[in-house]
Design a protein around this ligand. Structure first.
Ligand code: UDX
Ligand code: UDX
Length: 473
């Protein structure tokens, strides 16, 4: 690669959706990286050339850097000893109280502290509550490492699954929370290929919105501010989604189209058009957990942040409203066969963590429906959560799912679901009913194709033969 850079020796702990992408991208911009995970199977798979998650560009970049600038190991101690910067990217799941469970971070910090022989910067990459850097510092010191031998910095990650590699290499901003110059310098050096624009010069660079003349800014803050930036950003984006979902519900009550409303709002630069897509609510490994964790942090600090509770409430209601919409189209549920398109928490990923599709499917199963589901990438993971059986079937073909179904439900926004052959769909469905939780189709077009079409925040479409009964709930 043509990227000129001063390579930094990096260890990334955790090779999940965030850690693996970060490790691969650090190698891509010229650094020497060891990716550490305590899951021996995962490490063996990565060493053998396997790709454990579905993510655009990840297979290509893994093939490019594996055994060159990128190594995989289970040996955290050895990785710590040779690294200048150690990124912690292990999971921070939600505990029963809503608080983030930091036990993995604690365990990793303890292990790291036992292997520090020279100055290191320990960097939080996982989303963590404010004050976590203080705790990591305490843990490392308690285990006998002198405060002169390390710093703890915060470098939150803003990548979205599905577009993670592009998001990482073409970020809107890079946030570095560091309370010492030494730590700030190492992080500046790590991101220099991006902030200088050098990376975008390379012929092999992954294409995205950043260019040599428009490289990303690096924002240097205190560690506490960086921790808060991550929680506040995710909570704000979740709030935007809940807001537009509530607006969608108002639209439904007056037969207006939420997409027109969202477009009109989004053109105001102060509001912006992104994250205003109404649907069945947000899911994934971040928004639900981070809204809950941020609410918990506020509570602990005696700050009344009630809006976060409302954001969660609207998100839960949205799934139930969708379920009621299905009921309004089908009347009764027992014995009905429903085709479900999409199990992932959104299109473009195989991740099913906190997928709103599951909440909807569980409600339908409890009413006695049979579900025949198709997802381009998430089926294997979905089977672990909703095991296959007579009522929960999985197929590997979209039209196969639709064949003989009483209705088709769209639950994830995979782009290919928006390109279905509508003529063919008509012929295979038992009844031409589509209930779209992701607004992938133009309602008028669906009507012209003879479908009963219900979506979110847009007028319901009933062919003439159905219209008389449409008001009966
Ligand atoms: C990430 C972030 O780290 C989290 O804070 C953010 O909010 C969501 O995304 P993610 O990469 O999705 O988590 O987690 P996951 O895919 O579960 O990967 C975590 C990895 O860490 C796993 O491969 C796990 O085996 C590994 N791990 C966990 C360790 O190596 N050591 C541990 O002690 C615990
Ligand atoms: C999110 C943040 O976007 C990212 O910055 C952070 O690092 C991790 O969390 P991710 O969870 O991968 O990323 O997906 P995202 O694209 O943000 O979608 C989250 C959920 O919101 C999905 O269920 C998605 O379908 C839903 N969503 C998103 C909407 O319902 N409407 C929208 O307009 C946007």
């Amino acid at each position: 690669m043509g990227v000129k850079t001063k390579p930094v020796s990096i260890a990334v702990v955790g090779s999940g959706y965030v850690g693996l992408v970060a490790a691969v991208c650090f190698a891509e911009i010229g650094h020497s990286v060891v990716c550490v995970d305590n899951d021996e199977q995962k490490v063996a798979m990565l060493r053998d050339g396997g790709v454990p998650i579905h993510e655009d560009f990840l297979p290509e970049l893994l093939a490019r850097h594996r055994n060159q600038r990128l190594q995989f190991t289970t040996d955290l101690s050895a990785a710590t000893q040779r690294a200048e910067a150690i990124f912690i990217a292990v999971g921070t799941p939600q505990s029963d109280s809503g608080n983030a469970d930091l036990s993995y971070v604690d365990a990793v910090a303890t292990q790291i502290s036992r292997s520090i022989g020279s100055y290191k910067v320990i960097v939080e990459k996982s989303t963590v509550p404010v004050y976590t850097n203080e705790w990591i510092r305490r843990v490392v010191e308690r285990n006998g490492t002198s405060s002169t031998n390390f710093d703890v910095a915060s470098n939150p990650e803003f990548l979205r699954e599905g577009t993670a590699v592009t998001d990482f290499l073409h970020p809107d901003r890079i946030v570095v929370g560091a309370d010492s110059e030494a730590a700030a310098d190492i992080l500046r050096a790590i991101y220099a290929p991006l902030t200088s624009g050098d990376y975008y010069r390379s012929d092999n660079a992954v294409i995205g919105h950043r260019t040599i003349s428009d490289p990303p800014p690096l924002l240097l803050t205190s560690t506490k501010a960086a921790e808060l930036i991550k929680h506040a950003s995710n909570a704000f984006l979740a709030m935007k989604i809940s807001f537009i979902n509530a607006v969608a519900n108002v639209c439904e009550a007056v037969d207006a189209n939420v997409e027109e409303v969202a477009r009109g709002m989004g053109l105001d630069k102060r509001i912006g058009s992104q994250f205003l897509r109404a649907g069945i609510g947000y899911g994934g490994s971040c928004f639900p957990k981070d809204v809950a964790a941020f609410r918990y942090v506020a509570e602990q600090l005696s700050v009344d942040f009630g809006i976060l509770t409302e954001v969660e409430k609207i998100n839960e209601q949205q799934k139930r409203r969708f379920f009621n919409k299905v009921r309004s189209a089908l009347w009764t549920f027992r014995g009905k066969r429903l085709a479900v398109l999409g199990l992932a928490f959104k299109g473009g990923t195989d991740d099913v963590r906190e997928s709103p599709a599951f909440d909807v499917i569980r409600m339908l199963l409890s009413e006695g429906c049979t579900i025949v589901a198709f997802d381009p990438a998430a089926t294997e993971r979905a089977k672990l959560e909703l095991p296959p059986g007579p009522a929960m079937q999985y197929v590997d073909d979209l039209y196969g799912a639709a064949t003989g179904a009483d209705a088709l439900l769209i639950l994830s926004d995979w782009p290919q679901f928006g390109e279905i052959d509508l003529e063919k769909l008509q012929t295979v469905l038992r009844y031409p009913i589509v209930i779209d939780g992701r607004n992938l189709y133009d309602p008028q077009q669906m009507l012209e194709h003879g479908f009963t079409y219900l979506s979110v925040g847009r007028p319901a479409m009933y062919p003439a033969r159905e219209r008389a009964g449409a008001r009966v709930r």
